[in-house]
Design a protein around this ligand. Structure first.
Ligand SMILES: Cc1cc2nc3c(=O)[nH]c(=O)nc-3n(C[C@H](O)[C@H](O)[C@H](O)COP(=O)(O)O)c2cc1C
Length: 370
């Protein structure tokens, strides 16, 4: 199953191993750099069928940090197009995740943990700082900044930003778009009672809390070409008492499906105080629940590291594709290695031709039975 193709609208992925979006905190003014080109390009060479570019902000204040990618300006298309072109030329479809961080915006770069940049570094890194916006003026943690509550004009501006970024993603040549509605970022903040304390039409009942995310989802799907697939990434559970539940997410996934979303990328959590049962494959049951509950294709993600585990998830009908993040960083050639482990025959033709014959020669010397 792992090496069987899957077709979503006009896009056929050559296998089921995809790279999940991963922020690199290495952009300036939202522009992709050579770092992004090499970081993402190596996954195409490693045999992944789809590489999803990290959370890319639809407006400047929607960045998780000052070093995030963005697509709020036409100039940001150019370096992303170079990446999308390279991925496709090397056998991988190019996806991009569009995002708004809401109250989690303007955070420190994670490996720093705090704003430790010196004045010199601030200049070199194009440091910026701003006050985040959110559904309600409720901070993420006791030590986080209090965000500004969005009014309807602010929400419209963000929705318009999402549409413009969707058009720019198409102009950059991406084959697939992913709506980031997970991990406690803006759309997830609207969805979850943990962060949404509104008393207007956008707060209260699940129907009201889904309203803004679904307005954005609809606008994005309408702007995105019909022949190209759209994914939505959702936190299937907040892992918090009183937060979003699996049942809520099945309702939400059904709505997304009705809007034309082709696959639900099933992750979890994003709010302070979550009790997460982290362990290998811990989120796979969430992908299975949404797949069965909403009758929609899903991606499983989260501590999936072994080829036979991925194969088993697919074979048992728990998910339709397997997304890897940290394991892909650890082994950018993971699909090629998984192929060698799971299949016999000419597994070397899946490698780039510049490398495949040489790796085969090396393996034959070490194992003459090959
Ligand atoms: C360095 C890093 C950056 C990440 N950035 C994003 C992101 O931009 N968007 C997103 O939805 N998830 C992001 N994630 C979460 C991953 O996509 C993935 O869901 C998570 O790491 C679990 O999968 P894994 O166990 O294979 O790493 C990030 C994870 C890592 C490790």
């Amino acid at each position: 199953m792992l090496f069987s193709p899957i077709t979503l609208r006009g896009l056929t992925l050559k296998n089921r191993a995809v790279v999940a979006p991963m922020c690199q905190y290495s952009a300036q003014h939202g522009m992709a750099k050579d770092w992004h080109f090499v970081h993402l390009g190596r996954f195409a060479l490693g045999g992944f069928s789809l590489v999803i570019v990290e959370a890319t902000a639809v407006t400047p204040e929607g960045r998780i940090s000052y070093a995030d990618l963005g697509l709020w300006d036409d100039t940001q298309i150019v370096p992303l197009k170079r990446i999308a072109d390279f991925l496709r030329a090397n056998g991988a479809a190019a996806g991009i995740q569009l995002a708004h961080a809401g109250r989690k915006a303007a955070s420190p770069v994670p490996w720093r943990g705090k704003f430790s940049e010196t004045d010199e570094e601030k200049k070199a890194l194009a440091f910026e700082s701003w006050t985040p916006v959110a559904p309600s003026a409720v901070p993420q943690t006791a030590s986080s900044p209090t965000p500004i509550e969005l009014d309807t004009a602010g929400m419209k501006r963000i929705r318009d930003g999402w549409v413009s970024a969707t058009n720019r993603s198409d102009a950059a040549g991406f084959d697939m778009i992913e709506l980031h509605s997970a991990h406690g970022y803006l759309l997830n903040q609207f969805l979850s009672p943990v962060a949404n304390k509104r008393t207007d039409a956008y707060g209260g009942s699940l129907e009201n809390r889904m309203r803004f995310p679904l307005e954005v989802a609809r606008a994005v799907r309408e702007a995105w070409p019909k022949h190209k697939p759209a994914f939505a990434r959702i936190s299937v559970t907040d892992w918090i008492e009183g937060g979003v539940t699996i049942e809520d997410s099945i309702v939400y996934a059904n709505e997304l499906k009705a809007l034309g979303y082709d696959l639900i990328h099933c992750t979890s959590s994003g709010f302070d105080g979550a009790k997460i049962p982290v362990a290998p494959l811990y989120q796979v049951p969430l992908a299975e629940a949404v797949r069965k509950g909403a009758d929609v294709p899903t991606a499983a993600v989260g501590l999936i590291t072994k080829a036979h585990e991925a194969e088993q998830i697919l074979a048992s009908g728990q998910a339709d594709i397997i997304a890897l993040a940290r394991q892909a960083l650890d082994d950018p050639n993971w699909p090629l290695h998984a192929l060698r482990e799971l299949e016999s025959g000419d597994v070397y033709s899946a490698w780039p031709q510049q490398a495949g014959y040489a790796v085969r020669n090396k393996d034959r010397v070490l194992n003459p039975r090959l």
